[in-house]
Design a binder for this molecule. Sequence first.
Ligand SMILES: *[C@@H]1O[C@H](CO)[C@@H](O)[C@H](O)[C@H]1NC(C)=O
Ligand SMILES: *[C@@H]1O[C@H](CO)[C@@H](O)[C@H](O)[C@H]1NC(C)=O
Ligand SMILES: *[C@@H]1O[C@H](CO)[C@@H](O)[C@H](O)[C@H]1NC(C)=O
Ligand SMILES: *[C@@H]1O[C@H](CO)[C@@H](O)[C@H](O)[C@H]1NC(C)=O
Ligand SMILES: *[C@@H]1O[C@H](CO)[C@@H](O)[C@H](O)[C@H]1NC(C)=O
Ligand SMILES: *[C@@H]1O[C@H](CO)[C@@H](O)[C@H](O)[C@H]1NC(C)=O
Ligand SMILES: *[C@@H]1O[C@H](CO)[C@@H](O)[C@H](O)[C@H]1NC(C)=O
Ligand SMILES: *[C@@H]1O[C@H](CO)[C@@H](O)[C@H](O)[C@H]1NC(C)=O
Ligand SMILES: *[C@@H]1O[C@H](CO)[C@@H](O)[C@H](O)[C@H]1NC(C)=O
Length: 483
Amino acid sequence: MAGHTLTWFHALLFAASTLAHPCPLSVAHIDFADCWTQIPTVLIDTIASLNLTTLPPELHCSRLNVPLDYSKPMSAPNNNITLGMAMYRPQRPKGVLYYCPGGTDPGAAVAWQVALGLNSDSMPNFDGLLDYDLLFMDIRGQWSSNNLSVDVNTLAPLVGAYPSNENEFNAFHSAAQLVFQSLQNMSSPPGALSHLGTRETVQDYEQVRIALGYEKINFLGSSYGSYRNAQYAATFPERVGHFALDAVTPHGMDMADQVKFDIMAVNRGLLRADAYCQNNDTCPFHDKGRGIVPKVWQSILARAINGTLIACDPSAAANCTTYIRPWEIQEALAGALSGQPNFPLILEALALATTGNAALFFAGSSVPPIVEAWGVVELCSDTALADKSYAGYQKLLEVAASVDTYHINQSISILTQLVCAAWPYTVPAQPPLKLNATMLLITASFDVDTYVTVYSPGQKRLPIQNPYNVPTGLLAGDVDSSG
Ligand SMILES: *[C@@H]1O[C@H](CO)[C@@H](O)[C@H](O)[C@H]1NC(C)=O
Ligand SMILES: *[C@@H]1O[C@H](CO)[C@@H](O)[C@H](O)[C@H]1NC(C)=O
Ligand SMILES: *[C@@H]1O[C@H](CO)[C@@H](O)[C@H](O)[C@H]1NC(C)=O
Ligand SMILES: *[C@@H]1O[C@H](CO)[C@@H](O)[C@H](O)[C@H]1NC(C)=O
Ligand SMILES: *[C@@H]1O[C@H](CO)[C@@H](O)[C@H](O)[C@H]1NC(C)=O
Ligand SMILES: *[C@@H]1O[C@H](CO)[C@@H](O)[C@H](O)[C@H]1NC(C)=O
Ligand SMILES: *[C@@H]1O[C@H](CO)[C@@H](O)[C@H](O)[C@H]1NC(C)=O
Ligand SMILES: *[C@@H]1O[C@H](CO)[C@@H](O)[C@H](O)[C@H]1NC(C)=O
Ligand SMILES: *[C@@H]1O[C@H](CO)[C@@H](O)[C@H](O)[C@H]1NC(C)=O
């Protein structure tokens, strides 16, 4: 968990709108490039260490020029950008499957991982689908798709405890405005910042479909990738083949509800950690009975609040003068309970903290990476805020407090509200999407990324009420620190 920070984009859900009148385009043309010139940034070291002399013939890398602003022709001044993507292409594909990972995860890199057999826990296993064309695109504004630049030092003031009074709220707002100014100043083409939402991304997906010549596409989206593929389906219903939405991020949900569900999901995650402890005798608190994990958390938080919880490597603990702050340990726990929680590691971190050392929860201070800015841009492009004022923010804090049983006090939606209140462009509101297609929805009650209360037409589905009834362990998808 050390080094873990809750990324902006871990779990996100927001309103977006479809473009009313996209310009008719000439037929999109896809250029297949030499893959050696398009190695994804995140894989450069891996590829170098593999000492490859040839690349698998199924791996294809491509670039596609598209309009920045789809309401104008690509030939208008400063109105083209280049999308980067990679494909796994068998000899006689049975169709095409798009895969879109979450948030700012690099897309094109997954094609390389598939082609080179570099599977990992954080990606789907595509075995059994290798007779399809598999398409992996970097989202516009990110990675190899006309990525944005920013002075990352402008991001640092956004990290920390949420503002606790109006002055702090205003200071945060000014800091967020500077981030957007820096992005505007440093990114190209000029004006890029205002056309980097999911409205545009779904048009990009459509251009790729046209360029590849498929009538329909199949689409697997994870986390925010499911937000994108659902919006594609709503925008181009006649193009929908088989769609799967994993860890569904909903459209058009009220911000107060989002905040409430964020906190409730973390609460369930903590109870699952407790269930794991009861089910596994390697847990340091195994013999202390049900409810021990939340109890331990409360005592640790109390020490963080009174400023006595150190955060140094245990071997140097005797001389440690670094103390973890409440928001740091709250953020670390909320982050650790999202995604695929590593319960053995979480329990180990809690056990060490009971000795007065929170080192395993401590990320240390560092300047956020540029992907955080990319994520914010897409999120703010997609999110219409009903009330950007201090009073609106306070209301969200109240909602959070009303369900924050364990004082974890962290909601990605509160952060979204704070940052996106400074977004300099108008965002059209959008009601929840109406999708007229049968799709596979994959959700989980304990996952911070996932809301089981949405996407259930005609039937309100409640979260699993009892987290102790959810299976734990490797077979239930939990990551085991030993492997
Ligand atoms: C790659 O080649 C270098 C230099 O020949 C060698 O030192 C290294 O061990 C090789 N790496 C692998 C993974 O084979
Ligand atoms: C992209 O825009 C630039 C700047 O307006 C222009 O020089 C270039 O020719 C355009 N490229 C395409 C493919 O339209
Ligand atoms: C951003 O784009 C530039 C220019 O194409 C490229 O050199 C750089 O590697 C990209 N950055 C990342 C992190 O992919
Ligand atoms: C939660 O955050 C708010 C805003 O920073 C703060 O006022 C409150 O004291 C925090 N509560 C806990 C339990 O940390
Ligand atoms: C952006 O550019 C403007 C005009 O050059 C300048 O006044 C401003 O300080 C810059 N802001 C940032 C955050 O880079
Ligand atoms: C801080 O909290 C811990 C745990 O509740 C307690 O043992 C300790 O005495 C407190 N220290 C101070 C200075 O309040
Ligand atoms: C703590 O500091 C003292 C004095 O500098 C040093 O002798 C000792 O080895 C340090 N202890 C640890 C555990 O680092
Ligand atoms: C939904 O899809 C079905 C099958 O394609 C079609 O017959 C029906 O008209 C559609 N309904 C709406 C409201 O679009
Ligand atoms: C119990 O936890 C240990 C690691 O903490 C893990 O290796 C083992 O697989 C777990 N057992 C079960 C039944 O989940």
